[in-house]
Ligand binder design. Structure first.
Ligand SMILES: [Zn+2]
Length: 61
């Protein structure tokens, strides 16, 4: 199970993103809307991304 890249979708503009392997807590930029996105989780090569600009704290972490 060698995953060369991870994929995800920008929560802001829904652009499909393909990025090098990253881990939870790391950030990357959407090439489309230039928003900074933080990796919330990685599951089976698919990223869950959260926009960093708006700091939602809906789930008391
Ligand atoms: Zn975007």
């Amino acid at each position: 199970m060698t995953t060369a890249t991870l994929s995800g979708a920008c929560p802001e503009c829904e652009t499909d993103l393909t990025v090098p392997p990253v881990g939870p807590g790391e950030t990357l930029s959407c090439p489309e809307c230039l928003l900074t996105l933080r990796v919330e989780a990685v599951a089976d090569g698919v990223l869950t991304l959260e926009a960093v600009e708006v700091q939602l704290r809906d789930w008391g972490q």
